[in-house]
Write a protein that binds this ligand. Structure first.
Ligand SMILES: C[S@@+](CC[C@H](N)C(=O)[O-])C[C@H]1O[C@@H](n2cnc3c(N)ncnc32)[C@H](O)[C@@H]1O
Length: 238
């Protein structure tokens, strides 16, 4: 039986398009200035966030990937607004899953997301070169195209939509195109630890991909402050 929206008002049964901002990325992925200014960075999924734009604005190199980049700017603008509203409805429905204290409350946080989305949409309308319509687990890049791949709020968050085999393929693909991959968070949308993480890490280790968990100073969702770092064993050092 399919779930009706009324039966599960808080469920994220399809992937939400969100617009976290540059400062949130810095916190989720512990990004320092040197990395931001010198690394070739893949943002996957980029969603409607302003990270790629802000990196390029400061002279760095970032490319964003997301299947929503198939949309023309006008259609994407409408979609992003609908998704902002959907995110706000969810925050009202399940307030225990959110901590807005660090940003001054829900209203302030929504304004932050709106501002990030506006920056993204202006950049997207001006120059689509850095926004690629593609989807995990297949990326249109050669091996080692990036120094760092950032994977915010897709893998593990939607544990119910993507099965363990998909997650393994997606991580292997990210490690193929980037020397280092950082995935945040390692919990699902309800803040529960991703149950297949130990098995995934064992599978990746067997395939020569080393992983470690690092603390992240980002607390939008209580209990989610860890980031998974992955590197192919042969690439632990430059
Ligand atoms: C929760 S948003 C994250 C956006 C942004 N990085 C952030 O943290 O706010 C998840 C994004 O994943 C995208 N997405 C869905 N399926 C995907 C796939 N198979 N590969 C890459 N991106 C995907 C969605 O379009 C959506 O924009």
């Amino acid at each position: 039986m399919s779930k009706s929206v009324d039966a599960a008002p808080a469920a994220l049964d399809r992937v939400l398009v969100t617009s976290r901002d540059f400062a949130e990325y810095r916190a989720m992925f512990a990004l320092d200035d040197t990395t931001l200014d010198t690394a070739r960075i893949l943002d996957c999924p980029g969603g409607a966030g302003d990270f790629g734009f802000r990196v390029r604005e400061r002279g760095g190199r970032a490319v964003s990937v997301d299947p929503i980049y198939a949309l023309e700017p006008a259609a994407l603008t409408l979609r992003v607004q609908e998704e902002l509203d959907r995110g706000v409805r969810r925050a009202h429905a399940v307030p225990h899953l959110y901590d807005f204290s660090w940003t001054g409350g829900l209203a302030q946080y929504v304004r932050r997301r709106e501002r990030a989305a506006q920056r993204f949409l202006v950049d997207y309308a001006l120059d689509r070169e850095n926004y690629l319509d593609a989807a995990l687990p297949d990326l249109p890049f050669p091996d080692g195209a990036f120094d760092l791949a950032l994977v915010p709020n897709l893998l593990f968050v939607y544990a119910g939509l993507f099965d363990p085999a998909w997650h393994r393929r997606a991580v292997a693909e990210l490690v193929r195109v980037a020397r280092e991959v950082r995935i945040h968070p390692v919990t699902d949308a309800d803040g529960r630890p991703y149950p297949h993480l130990p098995a995934l890490r064992a599978d990746l280790a067997a395939a020569g991909i080393g992983t470690s968990l690092v603390e992240a100073d980002y607390r939008l969702h209580p209990g989610t402050q860890r980031t998974l770092v992955c590197r192919a064993a042969g690439r632990w050092r430059r």
